[in-house]
Write a protein that binds this ligand. Structure first.
Ligand code: UT7
Length: 329
């Protein structure tokens, strides 16, 4: 018997049906499929359509899938953490709403905001409850309806984002599998480059904030790119090296999907061939908290027990980090 660790025992993703292609975007703003593909690697993204549908409605689909796969009854779940930047409402937490919609009645639940790094932050937070020995069933959700905060007249941002989510179940493991190591970091001075200007206590919603389009994603792309490309690559590399692994020991890099060029740079820094890097940005764009669990879900059939995975993300804050996971099934 080895150390008590938190192992991922099930994963489920969800992406809405409506497909917003680059060709459709060409009709909405002054852009081209060629520009989007060469600068970002994105071909299409999913959009949640329909009156009254929110982040929780996508998340609950992923949660139901995870409950089924892990043969867990809703009343057995003890904690649900939702990483999101597009909560259904400012309060209560979307995690509370997801729990209600999924029939999870014996758990406490809360949201966690670390922008695009939220899912890896939430995974480490959830793992601490398992490692404490007090919790046996922890759900971690990453979900965003980015279309609710994207300005579809701004070509600099509207081509980047999509809606989607995923969820994982964390359970105790004493056989050497699960979350092995992590590095998480933040630097709030980066907030000037990526934020939403209004709707918080600094600048509550008003006619003026709406007229000025201040409730949308604001991003200085080049500045964010510069930080993202070095921080994500360096941290992923550091987690690999400090655990005595080389490129041959890593089965998969699971990177946040913000830009194919950032993903490629991270894979290269780690010395990994492209075949070992999970990429689905061309189909979903940047779903913020949804990217990493969507990758795990799509690659789940190809994962083997004992595979070494490095999860890596970078996002607003700035926040960034990497996690070493030994796949448990
Ligand atoms: O997930 C959270 C973290 N976020 C990220 O990691 C995003 C990091 N940043 C990026 O991925 C890239 O900076 C972008 C994809 C956002 C932009 O790519 P870029 O290569 O940095 O382009 P740029 O912003 O420097 O823009 C180059 C040119 C500009 O025109 P001028 O000034 O050279 O004439 C833009 O106005 O491309 C123009 N442009 C566009 N043209 C066609 C910007 N957006 C578009 C567009 N279509 N959609």
């Amino acid at each position: 018997m080895t150390k008590l660790r938190a192992a991922i025992t099930a994963v489920q993703g969800y992406a809405p049906d409506f497909v917003l292609t680059n060709q459709l975007l060409e009709k909405m703003v002054d852009t081209t499929d060629e520009w989007i593909m060469t600068r970002t690697g994105i071909m299409e993204r999913r959009i949640l359509k329909g009156e009254g549908l929110a982040t929780s409605d996508m998340a609950v689909e992923a949660v139901k899938g995870v409950l089924e796969k892990s043969r867990t009854r809703p009343d057995e779940v003890e904690l649900l953490i939702c990483a999101t930047v597009t909560p259904d409402m400012v309060y209560p937490a979307t995690a509370n709403i997801i729990s209600d919609k999924a029939g999870i009645k014996n758990a406490f639940s809360f949201d966690l905001n670390a922008a695009c790094s939220g899912f890896i932050y939430a995974l480490i937070t959830g793992s601490q409850y398992i490692e404490s020995g007090k919790f046996k069933k922890v759900l971690v959700v990453g979900a965003d309806k980015m279309s609710s905060i994207v300005d579809y007249t701004d070509r600099q941002t509207c081509v980047l984002f999509g809606d989607g989510c995923g969820a994982v179940m964390l359970e105790p493991d004493t056989e050497g599998y699960g979350i092995m190591d992590s590095i998480l970091q933040s630097d709030g001075s980066g907030r000037i480059h990526l934020h939403q200007k209004a709707g918080g206590s600094l600048k509550p919603a008003s006619h003026q904030t709406v007229d000025n389009k201040e409730h949308y994603v604001y991003q200085e792309g080049q500045a964010v790119f510069k930080f993202a490309v070095t921080r994500m690559a360096d941290t992923a590399h550091e987690v690999m090296v400090r655990n005595g692994m080389g490129p041959d020991d890593v089965a998969w890099l699971v990177p946040h999907q913000a830009n194919l060029r950032i993903i490629d740079a991270t894979g290269k820094r780690m010395g990994l061939p492209p075949e070992k890097v999970m990429v689905n940005i061309h189909r979903y764009g940047n779903t913020t908290n949804g990217t990493i669990p969507l990758c795990l879900w799509e690659w789940e059939p190809r994962l083997n027990k004992g595979d070494n995975l490095i999860l890596a993300a970078f996002g607003g804050g700035f926040t960034w980090g990497a996690i070493y996971v030994k796949w448990a099934y």
